[in-house]
Design a protein around this ligand. Structure first.
Ligand SMILES: CC(C)(COP(=O)(O)OP(=O)(O)OC[C@H]1O[C@@H](n2cnc3c(N)ncnc32)[C@H](O)[C@@H]1OP(=O)(O)O)[C@@H](O)C(=O)NCCC(=O)NCCS
Length: 204
């Protein structure tokens, strides 16, 4: 009964012509703020440090799962949002999530913890960008910081027509950045081979 009421309210809200028009107008307004887009200088690359970011949020009861810990989906959303910021900053244009290459939950986060999402580019292709992510949870009372998740997310930069568009190169600022990029390049080549083998097996 309760769900029927919710469902009917949502349905009538969506079917109300004025509400739909209002929302379409809102999306057009948001898009108009972003166009025309500035021309991206592809000859000028950026380092990993240029777009590196840390996003932090206090976990509250609305973030809980049935066990009373932080819901995995909350962490995944934080990761996708934080990593996208890195890709957008590097590309100077909008991006879409093309793939979650890995997502490892290593330990639970608890309500009251401060969750921090540390993101930095690993690798940049022609139009795609891989962002490496480490997630920590801090207990503010004890100061204990735990590594709770790791991820690698691939974004593709889009032009104003929604088509993949080239991004500036990733130029290492120092030996540490160069080593990170080389490691990611080798890992991507390895993954590509594994995928080709899997595709072959599936077609057998
Ligand atoms: C991602 C997307 C734009 C790719 O479009 P496409 O026409 O296949 O693009 P292309 O074949 O020209 O490939 C463009 C780049 O994306 C990469 N790519 C495409 N699909 C990919 C995937 N599933 N995983 C990893 N990389 C991918 C390609 O390797 C290429 O990289 P490069 O230019 O650095 O060499 C398209 O598949 C799409 O729009 N997907 C939906 C995205 C979405 O809705 N995400 C969720 C909400 S944000």
């Amino acid at each position: 009964m309760f769900w029927n009421i919710i469902h009917e309210s949502a349905y009538s809200f969506l079917m109300n012509g004025r509400s739909v028009k209002h929302h379409m107008d809102m999306f057009k307004k948001i898009q108009s703020h972003r166009s025309p887009r500035p021309k991206v200088d592809l000859s000028h690359g950026h380092s990993i440090a240029y777009s590196h970011s840390v996003t932090t949020r206090l976990m509250d009861v609305l973030d809980a799962n049935g066990r009373g810990n932080v819901h995995g989906g909350v962490i995944m959303r934080m990761v996708d949002e934080a990593a996208a910021i890195v890709a957008i900053k590097h590309a100077h244009t909008g991006v879409v999530t093309a793939r979650i290459e890995r997502f490892d939950f290593l330990a639970p986060a608890y309500i009251g913890n401060v969750v921090s999402v540390h993101c930095a580019l690993d690798y940049v292709g022609r139009t795609s960008m891989e962002v490496g992510v480490e997630v920590t949870a801090e207990d503010l009372f004890t100061g204990e910081v735990r590594h709770i998740a790791s991820s690698q997310v691939i974004y593709v930069a889009l032009d104003e027509h929604g088509k993949p568009t080239p991004v500036p190169p990733l130029v290492p600022a120092d030996a540490e950045e160069a080593a990170r990029i080389e490691k990611a390049r080798a890992r991507r080549e390895h993954m590509k081979k594994i995928e080709e083998e899997l595709a072959k097996l599936q077609n057998e």
